[in-house]
Write a protein that binds this ligand. Structure first.
Ligand code: ZN
Length: 223
């Protein structure tokens, strides 16, 4: 149905730059795509924040264990555009409740073949697009899944290789290159909303152990 979620990666942290766009095989509701972009100058302030968030992490490790990210962008500063008044109000509510450890550039409601689409940037920030057709409880589940991608990207400061590696061992490899990120986002969604509804990758829900890791991530810790 082309109704997936979509993840976009910006410039990789170290050297290896992949070009083009990788589209995941999307099962139901979510899509994740990675796009590599040069970061515009206006992100300089955010990069500083992301760097600050990682400054206490050991340079030679993924920072697993005690590393905790700084709080990201205030929910009040995230522009939420498009969609209905109710959709925007819902989005703001979820950003306030669950977006503490993230730096989200925007949330846009627009016509889209994907329920949710997240672009991850290598500075640890993220941008979210939600299909205008998604409302109600599904909107909550889809948007929280996308916020979780943003949260994870912030906590790992845009170091996708590190997050994929860490999540693979905890949440499973899933399908495709970004399967671990999708599994992690679903477990974070279940942990945060206490609902297994609309989970596209962990359809049967996550184990208690997986949820305990999602809880740590929700508190800003790397795992
Ligand atoms: Zn996703």
């Amino acid at each position: 149905m082309g109704n997936g979620d979509y993840l976009v990666y910006a410039m990789p942290r170290a050297g290896k730059i992949r070009t083009g766009r990788v589209r995941l095989i999307c099962v139901l509701c979510f899509a994740l795509t990675l796009v590599f972009l040069m970061l515009p100058a206006w992100t300089a302030g955010m990069e500083t924040k992301a760097v600050a968030a990682t400054s206490s992490a050991p340079a030679s490790s993924t920072g697993a264990g005690s590393f905790r990210a700084a709080q990201g962008r205030s929910h009040q500063d995230v522009p939420v555009t498009g969609g209905s008044k109710t959709q925007r109000a819902d989005a703001k509510k979820y950003l306030k409740k669950w977006g503490k450890y993230s730096w989200i550039r925007f949330v846009k409601f627009q016509k889209s073949g994907h329920s949710g689409l997240t672009t991850l940037y290598s500075d640890g920030t993220a941008g979210i697009v939600i299909s205008s057709k998604v409302t109600g409880k599904k909107l909550r589940q889809v948007l929280v899944h996308e916020i979780a991608h943003a949260q994870h990207n912030w906590i790992y400061a845009g170091n996708w290789a590190a997050s994929i590696k860490a999540f693979k061992s905890v949440f499973g490899k899933g399908k495709g290159q970004f399967g671990p990120l999708e599994n992690a986002a679903d477990c974070s969604t279940q942990h945060l909303t206490k609902s297994k509804a609309n989970l596209a990758y962990k359809k049967k829900g996550c184990s208690a152990k997986e949820l305990s890791h999602a809880k740590k991530l929700a508190q800003g810790y790397r795992i």
